[in-house]
Structure formats: structure tokens, C-alpha cells
Design a protein. Sequence first.
Length: 92
Amino acid sequence: MPLDRMIEKAYELIRDRRIEQISEDTFNVVGIHGTYTVVRGVNGTVTCSCPGFLTKRRCSHSLAVIILMQPALLKSVGKEIERERRRRKSKR
């Protein structure tokens, strides 16, 4: 999956409130194909139980948790995604 699409999917997970924090560093993320567990490590790394993360070491679920935990980044990503959506709409 291209990075821009992964960022957009991560933002949608946040916007649609599909992330539940179940402990300080553990989150359940309800994705399209199931509910996955994302864990933040002590060193700031994240892991996800989804098949995509297990093979590619990145996914929209883990990215959503990273973005969610950094409010300034969340605001910036949200603005950029909305700007891109308006640009796409105006091209139609």
C-alpha cells in the first residue's frame, strides 16, 4: 500500500473512533478485516498483530496509534488530508 494511502487510512481510523486504549501502551484497533492489537514499546517503537505488519513491518493500525499519541501531528495530518480531498474533488 502506498504511504499516502496508509496515512489516509490511519487518519480514518482515528476520525471514526476505531481505536481503544486498553492500557498505557496497548491499543485495540478495529480495522476493515478485524480487530488488531497495537503495542508501543519502551523505546517508542510500535508493533501490530495484523498480517500486514507481520510481513511488512508497517500498517495503518500502527501508524494511527503513532499519530493519535502526538496531537500536533494529528492536527497537521488531518489538515493535509482534508486539503488533498478538496483538491481531488475540484478535479472531477
